[in-house]
Design a protein. Structure first.
Length: 251
């Protein structure tokens, strides 16, 4: 039986602002139920404002839902207990996770040092192995982010996320800022690394072509709700929801 690494069970997230008669509520997630097994990528698509980013934040433990249950490896999710290094993220802009003052090697080592202790330099062998895995020359460890191309920086961001050998990774628009040819390289890298390491992934993107390439299943969000959930090929061949069909027509 394939283990569900992450589960969202009837999760809702409501943002509230203002007071009295001016009080407003926005439901960003409305009764969402999703699961991501080990070794699988779940693609999450929908227009801006549909709730994708909030779902990613809840999955990462960065935001507590208003109601419902989040489980990690079968247990209620508490990021403060036993999850150090097990949940990681790769964002659209690699500069968000790379300190410009640190060498690439030091940036990659940071999550491992935080999870396991030890100095950054004590993790040198792990860093060099990780650079090999993401297709970068080991000499890159001594360089700084500004010395690298955009595609190289995103590979470094992937290496930084993988250094702790996490069970779950959120890729939030991870290739949208890259040139098309570089996008293909990074998408292939993600697939290869998942095959090697078996992590579960949530791949959030507006790019339906990229989502199709890396995802095993597709979840479609609209106004905070999941309106369709299907195996990838079935979804692209015969979407069932009108909103899904409109998304595909706009590819």
């Amino acid at each position: 039986m394939i283990e569900n690494v992450l589960e969202l069970d009837q999760v809702s997230t409501v943002f509230r602002s203002g007071w009295g008669r001016g009080r407003r509520e926005l439901t960003a997630m409305d009764d969402i139920t999703l699961s991501v097994p080990a070794g699988e990528t779940l693609g999450l698509v929908g227009e801006s404002g549909s709730g994708k980013t909030t779902t990613g934040s809840v999955a990462l433990g960065l935001r507590r839902p208003t109601s419902g249950t989040v489980r990690f490896l079968g247990r209620p999710f508490d990021r403060r207990r036993g999850t150090a290094g097990q949940i990681q993220a790769v964002f659209q802009n690699p500069n968000w996770s790379l300190n410009p003052r640190l060498t690439v090697g030091a940036s990659i080592a940071e999550p491992l040092s935080a999870a396991e202790g030890g100095s950054l330099s004590s993790h040198e062998d792990a860093v060099l192995t990780m650079l090999d895995e993401v297709g970068l020359h080991r000499s890159v460890a001594e360089r700084h982010p500004h010395e690298l191309s955009g595609g190289q920086r995103q590979r470094v961001a992937v290496a930084r996320a993988l250094i702790t050998r996490p069970r779950f990774i959120v890729f939030d628009e991870a290739v949208s800022a890259l040139d098309v040819s570089v996008q293909a390289q990074v998408l292939n890298l993600i697939k290869d690394l998942q095959a090697q390491n078996g992590f579960a992934a949530l791949f959030i993107s507006h790019d339906l072509g990229a989502v199709r390439y890396v995802s095993h299943r597709i979840a479609v969000m609209r106004l905070g709700e999941i309106v369709e959930l299907a195996e990838t090929e079935r979804f692209y061949d015969a979407p069932e929801h009108d909103y899904s069909r409109r998304l595909l027509e706009g590819m």
